[in-house]
Design a protein around this ligand. Structure first.
Ligand SMILES: [Zn+2]
Length: 433
């Protein structure tokens, strides 16, 4: 009996080892494929001589701090691996003096390369093109290596947002940021007195100008501001609310959501017409008050099922990172819905991401995309490092997923290599071009 038990444990361990060891040929092919990064927040060295604050519409930095998951901590061994590969870090620890060496080496490399630095980082990450989700492009963050994905939540918020902002300390900061971004979009223009005027004179022209400026998609960070349950529009009711509160007063959250539903629907229609996929943050987000319940991609089902929006493609960024990954797989059944594993690749350990990717690939492999969600952090653990860890782990997780499918006889070896290429670049090229 004991022998059987030991043999069972040994077999289970062997299975575990196998599951985490990628097939060398599959991993090599993946490592040699230049990727399209579906979602990221790269930071320029400077914009007009000032620090680049356009890397996110709703950056986490001003919020009350939260603990990092273990992959984001200074004692993550992958961080040292990133430093070695990116900056030839000669040490094997994070002693303060050594970390100072690292930040000095990084500064020297930036000074040496100037605005070529961001593209150099992409080269080191094996990324051919990165979709830069930013308020604007910047020196060194420009085509062909970087493509722009602007934020359009601000367009949903043309009236007084003070009742929404009062919902949590995070939202107080975030709604103020959205008001500032809307002011930037408006420029010298004022919001018209009617909803029809606002849609025709502000919303649609803003999307068209984003397209002309090279946008390849638009992004909503709604999950930080409200639940993702956009409803079919009641344009008459929304128009009445708009006209009344444009004159004076503050909408309740429920009234505001009704208005947002109508504006969102117009944006989604315009985006479809302009060939701009609509991206949503889904799953875990930053901040002590983040409402994970509202970030469930299942809440988007009504939008995905709206027959009038079938000409618009939607992307569930981060694949419902954390608890909602399996929901995402089932939603990929919709003909116009895609996902990526950005954020998961630096938030979760590789073996977990591998399980997620495998689950998705066993559903609809044509809808799954590589992504990093690299973003600025501290001087020693910045967008370069989060990008390196995410790209490295994402590739490894993909290889482990495909290896498991190969070993279980679900796919052939040629198909495994084909799927790798689709996830790393083919699916994104098809969707965004
Ligand atoms: Zn992001």
């Amino acid at each position: 009996m004991r022998g059987v038990f030991i043999a069972t444990v040994a077999l289970a361990l062997a299975a575990l080892t196998t599951a985490q060891t990628p097939d060398p040929a599959v991993l090599a092919a993946i490592n040699h494929t230049r990727a399209i990064d579906d979602h990221a927040h790269p930071r320029a060295l400077a914009v007009n001589g000032r620090s680049d604050d356009d890397y996110d519409a709703l950056p986490c930095a001003p919020l009350e701090p939260t603990d990092s998951t273990i992959t984001g901590r200074l004692d993550n061994p992958e961080l040292i691996a990133a430093w070695k590969d990116l900056y030839a870090y000669p040490f094997n620890d994070t002693a303060p003096g050594h970390v100072r060496w690292l930040t000095a080496a990084k500064s020297a490399r930036k000074n040496q390369l100037g605005n070529h630095y961001p593209a150099w980082v992409l080269d080191r990450l094996g990324i051919e093109t990165e979709f830069a989700n930013r308020q604007a492009l910047a020196p060194g963050i420009a085509p062909p290596r970087f493509r722009w994905v602007p934020f359009d939540d601000a367009l949903l918020l043309p009236l007084d947002t003070s009742a929404l902002a009062a919902q949590s300390p995070d939202r107080k900061i975030f709604y103020a940021r959205e008001q500032a971004l809307l002011a930037r979009y408006l420029g010298p223009r004022k919001t018209p007195a009617t909803l029809a005027g606002y849609l025709a004179q502000i919303v649609t022209p803003t999307l068209e100008s984003q397209r002309r400026a090279g946008a390849v998609a638009i992004k909503f960070e709604s999950a930080y501001l409200r639940a993702l349950d956009f409803k079919p529009p009641d344009v008459a009711a929304a128009s009445t609310l708009y006209a009344r509160f444009h004159a004076s007063g503050v909408l309740s959250p429920a009234q505001y959501y009704q208005l947002e539903d109508a504006i969102f629907h117009q944006i989604a229609l315009d985006a479809g017409r302009l060939g701009l996929p609509v991206q949503f943050h889904t799953g875990v987000g930053c901040g002590r008050y983040f409402m994970l319940t509202g970030a469930n991609p299942l809440l988007l089902e009504g939008v995905f099922n709206d027959p009038s929006l079938r000409g618009t493609n939607f992307v569930m960024l981060h694949g419902g990172a954390g608890p909602y990954s399996k929901v995402v797989a089932a939603l990929l059944m919709k003909p116009n819905v895609y996902t990526d594993f950005s954020e998961q690749t630096y938030l979760m350990p590789t073996y977990q991401v591998a399980q997620v990717i495998r689950y998705w690939l066993e559903y609809f492999p044509e809808r799954v995309m590589f992504g990093t969600d690299l973003s600025p952090g501290t001087p020693e653990n910045d967008w370069e490092e989060s990008g390196w860890i995410a790209a490295h782990n994402g590739r490894r997780a993909l290889a482990i997923a495909l290896t498991g499918m190969l070993q279980d006889g679900e796919i052939t070896r040629p198909r495994a290599l084909e799927l790798a290429r689709m996830v790393l670049r083919g699916n994104a090229l098809r969707l965004y071009q």
